[in-house]
Design a protein around this ligand. Sequence first.
Ligand code: GLU
Length: 415
Amino acid sequence: MTEVNLFETVKRHVCACALDLKLSSNIEAVLKMPMQELHVSIPIRMDDGAVRVFQGYRIQYNDARGPTKGGIRFHPDVTVEEVRALAALMTWKCALYRLPLGGAKGGVICNPKELSAGELERLSRSFVQKIAHFIGPDRDISAPDVGTNAQTMSWMMDEYSKVMGKTSFGVITGKPLSIGGSEGREDATARGGWYVIGEAAKDLGIPLKGATVAIQGFGKVGENAAVLAHPLSESRVIAVSDSGGGVLNRDGLDIQKLSEHKKKTGSIKNSGLGADITNKQLLGLDVDILIPAALENAISMDNADTVKARLIAEFGNGPITAEADNHLNAKGIPIIPDLLCNAGGVIVSYFEMVQNLNMDHWGRDVVHSRLNMHMTETYHTVFEMATSNNISLRRAAYSHAMEHMVEAMKIRGWI
Ligand code: GLU
């Protein structure tokens, strides 16, 4: 298996676009470096009385366009380079959609599946205590990511509020509705992705009704992608996988039953709803739409050759390595890049911030229609840029985001 570093991948895309945009080497240098990083050690008393020290990071990549924004990941494979790359991706994502926000990311090296609820709460609270003076509602706002959820966010918001001596909803998004959360945040990433697929399918001449879909990942994003596939596009999910393997049913999977099975057993294995397949087999299925919705580097030069999908929609961050991206472009498989495709989460996070600031509450329909408007408009801008310059959607999305970044840095006198 080839080891690929996501930060190197991101920097390669930045270099290529810097060339297209004829950016000076000074500007390129600023875009390729994070603004500031906080590395913390977090000692936690485990349930058995032992003390374990966890490693955590919060990285603020660039705040030229506003306070930094980005999730916190709890996963055993977290590395500082990964968090840095994800912080850079958040920066481009917010810039692409012209949100008044910069980009950041946090991560703690831990396996939340192996921690008790008490251990998880102590870890979430201690991490926030350590970074409290580095973050804030008008400085750096967190949110859920892989391995964290509305409960984790609630503990974190509560701990931050204790440190600051006042309830501070605005420091975190992705909160439950009872403490300042927004309608529609839970499935926002997947919903936004489907809105973009809807537009792309029209442009690419792929009829969505009855289209076959394979989804890699059955976490928050992957599961919601599967649940929303039929209601939003009338397509048919025939395969799904998670870290333990996958399931294939060419007549279409019963997603509700699969979710129930996962809730009961903790995985999608042995559901009896279709044939067992491996993750690798799922990525090579002959489907209309392939949705990588798990961790980065899922498609690399080790397996890019096997990909047969008509369209790839990146619901996860960084699922395709730079070499594999070139390879798939050469094969003529269109890819809707992460920046464009999975921004629904941060867009509804931004809606949550706006509602918190105004002490307001928007209905679900308002959230959905505003999300649709953002996703559709930006998709069309990127698509036009890609077709008129004969470049990939990824190249167009990066270039457009970088233009917005450079505009802000110039006007602020940074460069
Ligand atoms: N973790 C999500 C992402 O990667 C959401 C970030 C946010 O809402 O701030 O886009």
